[in-house]
Ligand binder design. Structure first.
Ligand SMILES: Nc1ncnc2c1ncn2[C@@H]1O[C@H](COP(=O)(O)OP(=O)(O)OP(=O)(O)O)[C@@H](O)[C@H]1O
Length: 189
């Protein structure tokens, strides 16, 4: 039997983390194999790029753009099943409630990250350092944000500020990083 990850064992009382880790890994393995086998070459390229970044811990941010129905959610599902079957935490959010229902374990970004409803340039998310939610974010391997361009940029700026603060525990250089950088790429398209 593989030993559980020490960091995760320290957080067994964290209900939010327990919820995210409560999945059937055998089922996920079957699901992942089926999904991976059916990916198109374009989808598999995206899958490989994201997996390489995760395996090399390069802390990258990717923006995937494609027409409706081109298979973006299919890639999120393949990535999620791959990471979860290894015991990793993946948080999937969408800007609307309907979009969030289409991804496994999906929540709205406002609900998941406690983004203020009336968000402005000075807003931050209501996440207290050391709280269950902060620890969940620290141990999260991948955040998937579906329909991201539908949200106002101040929401991403609020999340960016909060993540930079929270992630200091795991990465002392986090304050110099920009978790919102895809918004800049988006502005150029
Ligand atoms: N490689 C694939 N093999 C089989 N079916 C696929 C594949 N990729 C996508 N599909 C199917 O195509 C349909 C549309 O895919 P998906 O929902 O992932 O698109 P999307 O880009 O996320 O769409 P939207 O932008 O509207 O949310 C779904 O029914 C999905 O199961």
């Amino acid at each position: 039997m593989p030993l559980p990850n020490d960091a995760l064992m320290d957080n067994m009382e964290n209900v939010l983390m327990s919820e995210e880790l409560n999945y059937d890994r055998n089922l996920l393995k079957i699901e992942h194999n089926a999904l991976l086998f059916s990916l198109t070459s374009e989808q598999i390229n995206i899958y490989n790029v994201v997996m390489d970044a995760l395996n090399n811990s390069t802390d990258e941010l990717f923006f995937v753009n494609g027409f409706g129905g081109s298979g973006k959610t299919y890639i999120w599902n393949t990535l999620t099943s791959r990471l979860c079957l290894n015991g990793s935490i993946v948080l999937a959010v969408a800007s609307s409630g309907i979009a969030s229902q289409l991804i496994p374990g999906g929540r709205t970004a406002h609900s998941r990250f406690v983004i203020p409803l009336h968000c402005n340039e000075n807003s931050t998310c209501n996440i207290v350092q050391g709280s269950d939610l902060a620890n969940l974010l620290i141990h999260t391997e991948l955040i998937i944000s579906d329909e991201a361009p539908m949200a106002h940029k101040v929401c991403f700026e609020a999340l960016d500020k909060s993540l930079r603060n929270i992630m200091q525990i795991r990465d002392p250089k986090s304050l110099e990083k920009y978790y919102r950088s895809f918004q800049e790429d988006l502005n150029k398209t």
